[in-house]
Design a protein around this ligand. Structure first.
Ligand code: SDX
Length: 392
């Protein structure tokens, strides 16, 4: 026998790599980026600082951060030809499918970003994707709204520039409440990395064949799209809206979620690693109250969400299975308050996760990880003789 192969569906008990980037303790609800507590980073850092920390391992000095951002700005132009690819999509296309395709298409206009053996080459590919991805995300939204495609404004910070690109109206002076940018910045930080989740494992797997950073990120976007993963933030709002339309009867939906015959799940609940609470959900729940208060918004689905959480905490089925709100449960309520359309919620998750995907891809390449190639337990037919079609 070549060696013992143990089957581990969903890799629940398999470590795929060694990593120094993010630390999770599922029992204690601890999340740290490069040793810094998520609570500190969410309160005291800004998103680009956290991106630098995740990718290069240290909090940047002012000079390092300024150079990083100016290198990103120098690479934020997207080739005009890319607009033709965007035009090929129907307006009804889901932004995650558009973005995964556009990210892959970037390779054609930046061929040197594929074969990156030196750290210098990796750095160039990294600032390119950090510069261009927000443009592609904004264009994807603008295409849906039939707004003219635009370019960034170097006088603004990374997150404000993203917001401006998404929402500025032709001929109108752009202005935004600082509370909106602060809330967006915090949400992006909270989504920035999460060790070996489904989409990050996908980025590592594709990157392990040396397909390049952009191809790996494109694959990660597709993995994140699924409703069991990043797509849950869109599914949560759709579920809360359904409960609201149904008269706010949370007990009925709790019962559906426990009915094994019913494929319905309480979206935004449960987590593979966190078995007591998701520290990000705690911060986002508090931030939702703050942001809606600052913006003077009263969103009834926030009360429905809180009602569901309260019921779940008192429900044996949920408590026994350790099902608590995860990062996706409250985030959509803030995105909606910030005027972000629901089909863009998972794009916001991808914009936040981008530095984490980059950091994990870079670590995998610098550690010279081998190509990912798991084995299987074969359960198919034994050897069979071939029969011609006439005698089958
Ligand atoms: C993210 O991995 C990460 O770190 C992901 C993420 C990140 O930052 O990258 O944190 C982001 O993806 C958060 C999760 C978003 N997904 C959802 O909210 C979708 C709803 N949640 C579930 O589908 C589920 O909880 C998962 C996918 C999150 C976790 O799935 P697991 O670990 O494979 O757990 P499971 O499906 O085996 O469930 C265990 C039990 C089962 O019941 P039994 O068969 O034991 O009787 O709990 C039940 C499940 O039926 N269950 C749920 C439930 N989640 C699990 N029942 C009702 N509603 C739910 N949401």
């Amino acid at each position: 026998q070549a060696g013992i192969i143990t089957l581990d569906r969903g890799f629940k008990n398999t470590g795929s790599c060694e990593s120094a980037i993010t630390f999770l303790d599922g029992e204690k609800g601890i999340l740290r980026y490069r040793g810094y507590a998520i609570e500190d980073l969410a309160e005291k850092a800004d998103f680009l600082e956290v991106a630098y920390l995740l990718i290069f391992g240290e909090l940047p000095t002012k000079e390092q951060l300024d150079k990083f951002y100016s290198d990103i700005q120098d690479e934020s132009e997207v080739d005009e030809e890319m607009k033709k690819i965007l035009d090929g999509f129907p307006k009804s296309a889901h932004p995650m499918g558009v973005l995964s395709s556009l990210t892959s298409a970037l390779i054609a206009f930046n061929p040197s970003s594929v074969d990156v053996s030196s750290e210098a080459d990796m750095y160039k590919a990294i600032v390119k994707i950090l510069g261009k991805f927000p443009v592609l995300a904004a264009w994807t939204l603008r295409k849906k709204k039939s707004d003219p495609l635009n370019y960034g404004d170097d006088s603004l910070g990374y997150v404000e520039n993203l917001h401006k690109m998404m929402f500025e109206k032709p001929g109108k002076k752009y202005s935004v409440d600082k509370a909106v940018i602060n809330a967006l910045d915090k949400l992006l930080i909270l989504h920035a990395d999460h060790e070996q989740n489904c989409s990050t494992s996908t980025v590592r797997m594709v990157g392990s064949s040396h397909a390049g950073l952009f191809a790996s990120i494109s694959a990660g976007i597709s993995a994140l799209w699924g409703p069991l993963h990043g797509g849950a933030n869109q599914a949560v709002i759709e579920m809360l809206e359904k409960i609201k339309e149904d008269g706010g009867d949370t007990k009925k939906f709790m019962a559906k979620a426990k009915d094994k015959e019913d494929p319905f799940r309480l979206m935004g609940f449960g987590h593979r690693v966190y078995k007591n609470f998701d520290p990000r959900a705690k911060i986002i729940k508090k931030s939702a109250d703050e942001v809606l208060g600052q913006l003077g918004i009263d969103d009834p689905v926030l009360d429905i969400a809180k009602g569901l959480e309260k019921e779940a905490l008192e429900d044996d089925y949920f408590v026994k299975r350790k099902l608590y709100p995860n990062v996706d449960f409250y985030s959509g309520i803030i995105y909606r308050a910030l005027g972000i359309p629901v089909e863009m919620f998972t794009v916001m998750f991808a914009l936040g996760r981008l530095p984490g995907w980059i950091a994990q891809w870079r670590e995998m390449r610098l550690m010279k990880e081998p190509i990912g190639r798991p084995r299987q337990i074969y359960i198919g037919e034994g050897h069979r003789e071939f029969k011609n079609v006439d005698n089958r």
